[in-house]
Design a protein around this ligand. Structure first.
Ligand SMILES: [Mn+2]
Length: 392
């Protein structure tokens, strides 16, 4: 069994090269979402393996972010290199979005960890053959032969269930990682893990070949995944994921980012971008102060956004106790004159529970009292708000 997943990993580089051939043969592409977090990367790799056992032609997982951005996600590069190197492959075997021109030869596509192509990939919609996702259904790609959309903490849970008996120790370790990360280690207080995620972690954990606990623990600078328990795996990856203090405000904005086009009641398309940043606002403000607002302005200009939401989260000390909290910064393109009206509607959105901290010249700064609401809940709410906007 072990050999099957490992041999799949060893075919990745050659199959990726087929994509760039002058006349590529029939291929199936498995596309993760453009935030390219651990869940998306693992899910596209594992679903590609699952599909490869059911179709005669090559299946290529595609990481939906430029290759250079992998350094912004050290937890992803550690887990992927650990998995690939065990099989005799490497990170260079993977295909990133800037390695291919999807518009050149559109092919059979599976979307994983999202259910509507990113706005700049909207041309792919007619080619979407299947969907495996855990976000709110955006009602796109209705022609797909298979649409599996279930609300669980991690899309990797759904992919693991599909794989079933195909899961070997390597795959189990790969798949359990995003489920632990997305559910805050199955912490009930985080209100993420569903019974499916919990059952899946139990099952996968029993398959992983954990290292013996006697091994000395290593410092973070030489983070290793030869860990002895799911707790250790979670802690190692989570600390890497939380290592954001070396990133500039601009890199923080692009590290975990998604963008959409949403039409308002008059048919005007709004370009909406949402950055998710694991850095509590208080600490970030202390570090970067006015540079934050400046970076958001540059990001809006660079991405051509009408509206930017910057969601920050993390633990801060309140009266000596560490408390998890979320905050939100909202900013608009200078061309948008209706900003204050949008803000007035946004503070009424229940799923957010916003309280205004401050209004500066270019942004509104809030605490988000509904700290369980991540981008997965916030985007549909903001989408609905924009769809209802009528400034005529
Ligand atoms: Mn996900």
């Amino acid at each position: 069994m072990t050999a099957a997943f490992r041999s799949f990993l060893r075919t990745l580089a050659a199959n990726s090269a087929l994509l760039r051939a002058p006349t590529p043969p029939p291929l199936t592409l498995v596309l993760g979402n453009e935030s390219a977090d651990l869940d998306s990367m693992v899910s596209s790799l594992a679903l590609a393996y699952d599909l490869s056992t059911k179709t005669p032609h090559p299946v290529v997982p595609i990481i939906n972010t430029p290759r250079a951005d992998l350094v912004l996600r050290p937890e992803c590069s550690l887990l992927l290199s650990h998995t690939l190197e065990a099989a005799g492959a490497s990170l260079s075997s993977l295909t990133f979005i800037d390695d291919v021109d999807l518009a050149r030869h559109p092919m059979d596509i599976w979307l994983v960890d999202h259910n509507a192509p990113a706005s700049r990939q909207a041309f792919l919609e007619p080619y979407v053959h299947g969907i495996v996702d855990h976000h709110v259904d955006e009602g796109k790609c209705l022609g797909a032969k298979e649409r599996q959309i279930e609300v669980v903490a991690s899309c990797a849970t759904l992919v693991a269930q599909r794989l079933g008996p195909l899961v070997d120790p390597d795959l189990a370790k790969l798949l359990i990682a995003p489920i632990l990360i997305d559910s805050s280690n199955l912490n009930p207080a985080a209100k993420r893990a569903t019974p499916s995620d919990i059952a899946c972690v139990q099952w996968l954990s029993s398959l992983v070949q954990w290292a013996s606990p006697q091994q000395p623990s290593t410092a973070l600078t030489t983070a290793t995944l030869d860990v002895s328990s799911p707790d250790d795996l979670y802690k190692t990856l989570d600390s890497l994921k939380g290592m954001v203090t070396h990133l500039s405000p601009y890199d923080l904005l692009r590290k975990d980012y998604k963008q959409w086009q949403v039409a308002d009641a008059n048919g005007k398309a709004w370009a909406l971008g949402i950055s998710s940043i694991s850095f509590p606002l208080k600490k970030w403000m202390k570090r970067d102060g006015p540079l934050i607002e400046q970076a958001i302005g540059h990001w809006i200009a660079h991405q051509n956004l009408d509206m930017a939401l910057v969601m920050t989260h993390g633990k801060t000390k309140e009266n000596g106790i560490k408390v998890y909290g979320r905050q939100l910064i909202l900013a608009f393109s200078p061309d948008i004159k209706e900003g204050q009206m949008v803000v007035d509607k946004l503070v009424d959105v229940e799923v957010l529970g916003l309280q205004l901290l401050e209004k500066t010249s270019g942004a509104w700064w809030f605490t988000q009292s509904r700290s369980e609401s991540s981008r997965k809940q916030v985007f549909p709410a903001v989408k609905q708000l924009i769809e209802g906007l009528d400034f005529s």
